[in-house]
Design a protein around this ligand. Structure first.
Ligand code: IMP
Ligand code: MG
Length: 186
């Protein structure tokens, strides 16, 4: 992957916007209401899988109108360019004891499903009151493990996407929308 040094180079790789900020806001509002309605009166822990889901978590938690806590975990899938190598490692763990909570894992994207499948196994082994998965994006055509989110805000085709927390070589997380990354454009 070539290094991006100028704003022009940065912008050239943004091929097209596939989900606008307004569409994301609208979907998050609905998801927040649904979570608030179904968990009212129960202790919620939103678990963000860093780094990709930090933007989604920040907006989702503010769309939830019942008490909830947030926690962070870092799970890394190793990528060879834009292709998953299938190696997943937990590099930072939660500080909360999940046995006291209804856990909702907040993910940016489910691609092969390997990262999430490992995180789900790990958190289940710690006996939370309940465990659900909400993902902003789902790329079902690329799934390699049997895993389905309980709530998925957008289903996308097999394209490498950036923005709204999702990166390519650590860049583009700050875009307020989801865009297709141009792998060819130099
Ligand atoms: P999985 O283990 O293959 O499901 O990959 C999950 C992780 O890979 C996500 O949480 C993202 O961090 C990253 N990822 C997968 N697809 C994309 C993409 O299209 N753009 C940016 N990151 C991605
Ligand atoms: Mg992620």
């Amino acid at each position: 992957m070539g290094e991006i040094k100028t704003v022009e180079e940065f912008n050239r790789k943004i091929k097209r916007i596939i989900i606008t900020k307004e569409e994301i806001d609208e979907a998050i509002k609905k998801a927040g209401k649904q979570i608030s309605d179904s968990y009212d009166g129960h202790p919620i822990l939103l678990v963000s899988i860093l780094k990709g889901s930090f933007v989604f978590l920040a907006d989702l938690c503010r769309a939830i109108t019942v008490p909830c806590e947030v926690g962070f975990m870092c799970a890394k899938s190793y990528y060879d360019g834009t292709v998953s190598t299938g190696v997943v490692k937990i590099t930072m763990d939660l500080s909360q004891d999940v046995s006291n909570y209804n856990v909702i894992i907040v993910e940016d994207i489910i691609d092969t499903g390997r990262t999430l499948s490992d995180v789900v196994k790990l958190l289940k082994s710690r006996s939370p009151l309940s465990l659900k998965v909400v993902t902003l994006l789902d790329k079902p055509s690329r799934r390699l493990v049997d895993l389905k989110a309980d709530m998925s805000l957008f289903t996308i085709p097999d394209k490498f996407v950036i923005g709204y927390g999702l990166d390519c070589a650590e860049l583009y997380r700050n875009l307020p929308y989801i865009a297709e990354y141009d792998e060819k454009e130099k």
